[in-house]
Design a protein. Structure first.
Length: 214
């Protein structure tokens, strides 16, 4: 217990860092995932190609490699931002590919006849997608999106290797101070458990309220 009580501020700083990374990267992933899912089902061929390339490249790229590309590559092109912002970009873009596929699978559960009926009434693709298809698809994708965001929270640990303040990175300082490595990681695990269980609880509430009955 001494590891936690004597270093509570350090754990707290790392915990808040992980929470911030998770929240901001989740918002970015949801926005990009929605945009790419819209491209994937778009009637415009070039948009479908863009969505397919985005998903294929990011889903098959190791996250660590993507961190290297963003944090070390972008500054070479003159884009200099805080490392935390780069970490949010890497996490958000990577996760958006999985969010996109979850949304696309949900969209495919909506009967095609509903979209055709909407278009027969004169609704545009955008109106059909946002007013008819996505509200129904949302109900089906709550569990997979929740699981993806939980994975994002755990993936944020990679940011610590790139000088970003987050929970896992606290073990370096505590190890140098001579604290038990076992108890150091126990309390780190508890921190991640709090974050992931909070996300799980939120999506359980959403699923009970809007999820598809099975």
């Amino acid at each position: 217990m001494d590891v936690l009580t004597e270093n509570f501020s350090l754990y707290g700083k790392g915990f808040l860092g992980t929470v911030e990374l998770t929240v901001y990267a989740s918002l970015l992933a949801l926005v990009l995932g929605f945009a790419m899912a819209s491209c994937r089902v778009s009637p415009v061929g070039s948009f479908r190609v863009l969505g397919a390339v985005w998903v294929t490249v990011l889903r098959n790229t190791p996250l660590t490699l993507l961190f290297f590309a963003v944090l070390l590559g972008l500054p070479r092109f003159g884009l200099v931002l805080p490392f935390q912002v780069f970490a949010v970009l890497a996490l958000g873009c990577y996760t958006s590919a999985f969010i996109c596929e979850a949304l696309r699978s949900g969209i495919n559960t909506v009967p095609k006849g509903q979209g055709e009926a909407a278009r027969s009434l004169g609704m545009t693709f955008g109106q059909t997608l946002t007013a008819i298809v996505l509200p129904q698809a949302f109900r089906a994708v709550i569990p997979p999106v929740g699981s993806t965001l939980i994975a994002l929270a755990k993936n944020s640990a990679i940011a610590g290797a790139f000088s970003v303040t987050e929970l896992l990175g606290t073990y370096k300082t505590l190890n140098e101070l001579g604290y038990s490595i076992i108890w150091t990681f126990v309390w780190i695990a508890v921190g991640y458990l709090i974050i992931t269980l909070s996300i799980s609880a939120l999506f359980n509430v959403l699923e009970k309220r809007w999820g598809v009955a099975r």
